[in-house]
Each structure stands twice: as C-alpha cells, then as structure tokens.
Design a protein around this ligand. Structure first.
Ligand code: PMP
Ligand code: GLU
Length: 405
C-alpha cells in the first residue's frame, strides 16, 4: 500500500501573497553563509551590536527570583506602564494615563495591533517612503491599502506636507512613519512636524502613527514628536520600545501611547493574540526606563562616530550618492548610477535587488535592497557594528563597485 498523505496542504491567500521580511531574509542569508565558513560582514539587520546593560539583565533575573513568572495584565504590568507614563512626561513633556499605554511583544506587534484595531478592508494608510519594511505588509495583512508618498535622497528622504496631503482621501485612516527613520536615518525637525500638523488640521479624520523607536539614537539637538504639536495629541499614537535605545531586541518589548479608545482596542486584539508581553522582561524594562541612561548615551556616541566613519569612506566611491542622516543607525545610499552595469565577472546589476545580492556574492557584505522599503534606487546599510568591520565593508563595497563597468 502506498502512503498517499500529501506533504503539504494549500496555505492561506494571506500568507501566500505576503512578502517575507526583507531585513530578516538578508540577515538569514548572511548567517547561513557565515555558518558555511564564509567571511561575511552583516550590515543587513538593524540591531545594536551592544549587549543589554548589566543592570537591566540583573533586574530580569531578580524578577524571576521574585516570582514574576505569571501572566501580566494584557496591556502590561502597571509598574511598567507607570514607568512609560513617567518617561513620556520627563523626556517628551507629554502627559498620558496608564490606561493609554499598551505594552506588546515588540514595537512590531504594536504596529500589528494598531492595524488590526483601526483598519477595515480598503482603508488606506499613507506611508511616506522610504518606510520600514514591515509597515506595508502589516497594513495589507489587516486588509488595508498602503498608499506610498515617494521621496528621494535630494530631499533628505522626507515627503513634504503637500505631497502627503495630495494622497489623502475619505478612506485614509492614518499616516505611519518613523522618525528617526528606518531605513533613511532622516529626522523630522520641529518645523517639519509643525507643518505636517498644520496640514492635518484640515483633515480631521486622519490619525498619525508616529514610530519613535529610534528616539534616543538622534544626533540632532533633541527629539521632537508630532504628538506635542497643537491639537495633535488626541490624534496621534506613539510607538516606541526597548529594542534600540536599550539594546534589547531579543527581549521583544514595545509599547504604544495614544487615546483611550485606541489603547482599549489594541488591548482587545492583544488579549486574543498573545495575552501580553513576558512578565520578567516587563519588570526589567521598567528598571531600564527609570534608571540612569549612561549606557544609552555611550551607545549613541559610538553610533555617531561610526556614522561619520562609514559616510566618509562611502563618499569616496565615485558614483555612490550618500547623505548624512541625523539618526538611527542606517545609511541609505543611492546606487542607481550603477544600474545597467555588469561586473568583470559577468554579474549584471539591473536594480537595487540585484545590487544587494551582488554585494553579498562579490563583496561578502550583506545589505538590504531599498525596494523592500519602497525605494528603488537605494540600498540600506546598518552601521551598528565595529569600526574594523565598517572599514573592511567599505573597502570591499568600493572594490566590488569598481569592477561594474
Ligand atoms: N519600527 C521600526 C522603525 C523598526 O526599525 C523596528 C525594528 N526593530 C521596529 C519598529 C520593531 O522593533 P521591535 O519589534 O524589535 O520592538
Ligand atoms: N527593525 C530591524 C530592521 O529593520 C530588525 C529586523 C526587523 O524586525 O525587520 O532591520
């Protein structure tokens, strides 16, 4: 008798049509090549190369010993939500109640909760491009339609209020962006946010989802949020988290701060999906937010120096266009001048996807194509790695590009 059990059954339309996360895919390819003994420099994944500060790890260990091993309230431990309220008051002069905070398994889940809570099929979300890879896919997962506002390196990758306004329709639910931005590193100034807020006065049905996860990694004088602009607090949902500013990517802790009705809806979604974030991690996050920020400041100092290092090296490459991002730990060079060229080894580079694969194959440097971020001319490099690796990577990239003729 033959065993006729199928090896797989049809998958859902949702997952079949969904794009895999390009950042995680490139990081996986780099990891696999490294496991094969290949000398790959991984500039694809956006995560601090620093370890979580010791006092935060100690707080998690203590929480375990103290018995914080059970479910927490779905929207997060009161102690952590209070620490977040305190942080928003202290650092942003924004005043929320603990009921307006929802803690999730990473800011990624905060984006997911929001999209699930706010979008009906056909609802539109304006994404100023370049945008973080997962925004468009999560919007689509929730049945929404991403509407892209394009920008270029010449405008520092920032869409103007006029360009955004031109995309607003009756179906627009919210505008979603990150500042400091992943992948461009661009930072909205006070004036730019004020102009955006002013434009939105004429469109009361549109909310803003402001992803501020790179808040601390900002090389300008200070971080500004649109939630502080006149009339905007009740129309803005702030997303933030522990991953970047506290080097806690693996802990999976993010949060939102927003109007009660949005927080309640996100809690309802989360109650059916994850029941909330890990208990002892939340205890440690409260300690991280309430304690001295010297480790964060030291990390930011290192990122600032590395930004200058990598930019100074890449600026010497003839056809590469680079700007000087003011935050996060990414640069997003325009590589389009190389499109249509072929390497001396026969590799034809027709677009940004090819360029990213070419650099992995030829230079053994892993990057992410701008296409996944809604930009067809650029590639993203994360400079959250050591000076030595950055110097080596720049040299390898330069050499690989020099043989494209
Ligand atoms: N937003 C942006 C802009 C990001 O770059 C990331 C990636 N870390 C996230 C959200 C998600 O972060 P996490 O889920 O690790 O909190
Ligand atoms: N946000 C980081 C990045 O853009 C981590 C990977 C991810 O979550 O997509 O690389």
């Amino acid at each position: 008798m033959t065993n006729s059990l199928p090896t797989s059954l049809p998958l859902s339309k949702l997952v079949t049509e969904m794009q895999e996360s390009a950042t995680l895919k490139m990081a996986k390819m780099a990891r696999e090549l490294k496991a094969q003994g290949k000398d790959v420099i991984d500039l694809s994944l956006g995560e601090p190369d620093f370890d979580t500060p010791v006092h935060i790890k100690e707080a998690a260990k203590k929480a375990l010993d103290d018995g914080y091993t059970k479910y927490t309230p779905v929207n997060g431990l009161l102690e952590l939500r209070q620490a977040i309220v305190n942080k928003l008051a202290r650092e942003n002069d924004l005043h929320y109640t603990v009921n307006q905070i929802v803690v999730s398994n990473g800011a990624k889940q905060s984006v997911y909760n929001l999209c699930m809570a706010l979008l009906d099929p056909g609802d539109e979300v304006i994404l100023p491009a370049p945008y973080w890879v997962s925004y468009a896919e999560i919007v689509k997962m929730a049945g929404g339609v991403p509407v892209i506002a394009n920008s270029s390196i010449e405008q520092d990758f920032k869409s103007t209020p006029e360009e955004i306004e031109a995309l607003i329709t009756d179906r627009t639910k919210f505008i979603l962006y990150s500042s400091p931005c992943n992948p461009s590193g661009s930072v909205f100034s006070f004036d730019e946010l004020q102009a955006l807020a002013l434009m939105l006065q004429a469109h009361e049905h549109v909310l803003v989802v402001s992803d501020e996860i790179y808040e601390h990694i900002n090389f300008t004088d200070r971080h500004y949020t649109i939630a502080s602009m006149e009339g905007m607090k009740d129309r803005t949902v702030i997303i933030n988290g522990m991953s970047k500013g506290y080097a806690m990517t693996g802990w999976r802790l993010g949060y939102i701060a927003g109007p009660d009705w949005v927080a309640d809806a996100c809690t309802k979604i989360q109650g059916q999906v994850t029941s909330g974030a890990s208990s002892f991690g939340q205890k440690a996050a409260a300690v991280a937010l309430e304690s001295d920020h010297t480790p964060t400041k030291d990390m930011v100092k290192a990122f600032h120096q590395r930004r200058d290092l990598i930019i100074n090296l890449l600026e010497q490459i003839p056809l590469l266009l680079v700007n000087r991002p003011q935050g996060a730990f990414y640069i997003f060079p325009d590589v389009s001048a190389y499109f249509g060229r072929t390497s001396t080894g026969g590799y034809h580079v027709k677009d940004a996807d090819d360029m990213s694969l070419y650099l992995l194959a030829e230079a053994r440097v892993s990057t992410v194509s701008g296409v996944a971020f809604g930009n067809e001319k650029c590639i993203r490099l994360s400079y959250a790695t050591s000076d030595e690796k950055l110097k080596d990577a720049a040299e390898r990239i330069s050499k690989a590009l020099s043989i494209l003729i």
